[in-house]
Each structure stands twice: as C-alpha cells, then as structure tokens.
Write a protein that binds this ligand. Structure first.
Ligand code: PLP
Length: 351
C-alpha cells in the first residue's frame, strides 16, 4: 500500500504515531513483564486516567468502536435502547456492532449539527412502560461530535440532568474528547463528570492504538473486566497499550496535541471559507472542518485530496470533511489551500 504523498487531510487516523508515544512503546519493550495488565506501566496509566477524569475505574482497549461497545455493555440490557444522533459513529460506522454485541436497539435522531438536546431525546421516549416497545436507557453523545462540533459544558449538564430525571444514563463517546477539552478550555474531569461512562480517545490524538473506557458511575463498574475479555479486548501484552496512555498523559501531551490540531483546523476553516463557492457547514470547534460546495467540485476534491464527501444535499451540493492532526503544520495548510484553489479553478460549478 502506497503512503499518501504530502500531509493528508482525509482523517486524523491518517497521521502517524506521535514520537513521544513511539518512544514510550520502545521504552516499555525492555525485558519481560507480566501479561494482561498486571504490570507497572499499565497500573500507572490506569491510575493517571482515573486521577485526571475522576473515574472510578478505567479499562484499556484497542479501538474506539470497542470502547463504545464495552462502555455501553455496562449500561444496557437487550430489551433496552440507546438514543443517539443519526450521524453518530455508533449508528453509522460501527457495522451494527451495538446491535450484534449488545443485542439492543439504537434509537437514532436527526440533528442539525450532530448534537442531541433534551427536546430531541424526549422525541424518543414514547412507549416507556409498554412491554411491546424497547425501553430507552442510555443517551449516547459524542464529544467532539462526528461533525466537528462540541457540546458546551452547560449543554452536557442539561442533558445529564434531563437524563437522570428520566431514568436515562449518559454514555459519552470521547474518541476526540481531547479536542473538545481543548476547545472548551476545560479539564477532562469537567466533561467526564457529565457522563456515567465515557471513552477517552488516544488513537486520533497521536497514539498507535489505545482507547480507555472510564466508568464514572460506580454502580456500573461491576463486571467490566469480564465484558472486556468476552469482547476480545483484553490485550496480553497490555503494557504497550499502557505505555501509550502514559505518554499521552505525560506533561499534558493529550491536551497540547489536540490544541494544536484544533488551531490548525481553525486556520484551515478560515482559509477554505475564503475560497469562492465554499462555505463552512458547521462551526469549527475541534479538529474537523466541514465545507459545503458544489457536488462536482466536491468529487474533484475527493479525487485530488483524499478527503471524504461526507454527505450529499438535495440541492446538488455536498459536504466535504477535512481533518487535521497533532502533526499538521501551518505550511501544510497554506500549501493545501493553494492547491484547492487551483483545483476549484478547473471545475465549472453546475448552474
Ligand atoms: C466519534 C468516533 N467514535 C468512535 C470511533 C471509532 O474508532 P475506531 O475506528 O478506532 O473503532 C471513531 C472513528 O472514526 C469516531 O470518529
């Protein structure tokens, strides 16, 4: 498989591994250590994750999908349902993992910007107490959302209060929680306190492949380690996952890497929005930039720049997603903007 030439804006997953994370993996590769998390590096990672977030317990897994499924498996029974945004990764991009592994129904709701609100959640609360209907049990939020937007802390607190008032738990998909914390200028604990269970993403923020499930609500912690094993996420050489988490938490790297990616996204958003026929689809509040433009132009950009056409609108326009990462530079963005401008020049927009 060929490498992508030049800096890619197609996904934060296209970025390599942060040198500090790679160095930590290499440092952990020193002699033997006990397996399955019974080692000092993993213990340090879990202690620091709990200290930083206020979690009761933390569990490392390989992928964001696995984190979501493990987290939700602590919260729902098969006759219960998860309310989520229709644009959520859980609903769109996890190949029905929740339906298969948890055996429960997702109640997805269209949203204007990837964010749920108490009003939108309430629209899915009919049929409670009716034995013929699934019973909503969890509100699933992504922070940052899949559309690059962020909930404010007030919005999260309002959803939590609404949820708890209606017997609903909060699961927060934090694949990009670092970008959200950087955008809001808040701590991990501030966001985590709004959830019963959440994930803390590492992979999109410079790790090779590690995510953590953080259990805030002690009553849900029981059995997490067994769910993880059944879900095939108990790494035998766990120290290498632990090492990545320790590196990200060291000296606030998780936050500085995400802040940098956000700054680059803001720069990119400003530059793209200045091009003819291009407008921002959503405010830039993390490391994702979404632009609305003519459909033919969008296809050309997809071809030329390895970016995703995210969605198609009825009026012939498309939404194109651009992502930045911990290692995107200002020069990368300036180069990209100049090439995009040249590319746009060669496509005649549809009348
Ligand atoms: C919001 C969100 N959650 C979860 C994931 C899942 O990550 P993975 O691909 O590691 O399973 C992604 C990946 O794109 C994501 O964007």
């Amino acid at each position: 498989m060929a490498n992508i030439s030049g800096k890619s804006f197609g996904s934060d997953n296209h970025a390599g591994v942060h040198p500090a994370v790679m160095a930590a993996i290499i440092a952990a590769n020193d002699g033997d250590a006990r397996a399955y998390g019974d080692d000092d590096v993993t213990r340090t990672a879990l202690t620091r994750l709990c200290e930083l977030s206020g979690a009761h317990s933390a569990h490392l897994v390989f992928t964001g999908t696995a984190a979501n499924i493990l987290g939700l498996s602590l919260m729902v029974r098969p006759f219960e349902a998860v309310i989520c945004a229709d644009s959520s990764h859980l609903n769109v991009d996890e190949c029905g993992a929740a339906e298969r592994v948890l055996g429960c129904k997702l109640l997805s709701v269209p949203t204007p910007d990837g964010k749920l609100s108490p009003r939108l959640v309430a629209s899915k609360l009919t049929g409670r107490g009716d034995e013929h209907r699934v019973q909503p049990r969890v509100i699933q939020l992504a922070q940052a959302t899949e559309l690059g937007t962020c909930y404010s802390l007030d919005e999260l607190r309002e959803l939590r209060a609404f949820g708890h008032e209606h017997g609903l738990l909060i699961y927060l998909d934090g694949a990009r929680i670092a970008n959200a914390a950087a955008y809001l200028g808040c701590s991990l604990a501030d966001i985590a306190a709004c959830a019963d269970v959440l994930s803390f993403g590492g992979t999109k923020n410079g790790a090779l492949g590690v995510e953590a499930v953080l259990v805030m609500n002690e009553r849900l912690a029981d059995g997490a380690q067994y769910h993880r094993k059944q879900q095939m996420q108990l790494a035998s050489k766990m120290r290498f996952l632990g090492a990545q988490a320790v590196a990200l938490l060291q000296d606030g790297l998780w936050l500085s890497a995400a802040s940098h990616a956000n700054e680059m996204a803001a720069r990119l958003g400003g530059a793209l929005a200045g091009l003819p026929g291009v407008r921002l689809s959503y405010p830039v509040q993390s490391n994702g930039v979404f632009t609305t433009l003519d459909g033919r132009v969008a296809l050309k950009l997809e071809q030329d720049f390895n970016v995703h056409v995210w969605s198609r609108n009825d009026d012939g326009t498309c939404v194109v997603r651009w992502m930045t990462a911990f290692d995107t530079s200002a020069e990368d963005i300036d180069r990209l903007t100049a090439s995009v401008e040249a590319s746009l020049f060669h496509v005649k927009p549809q009348p």
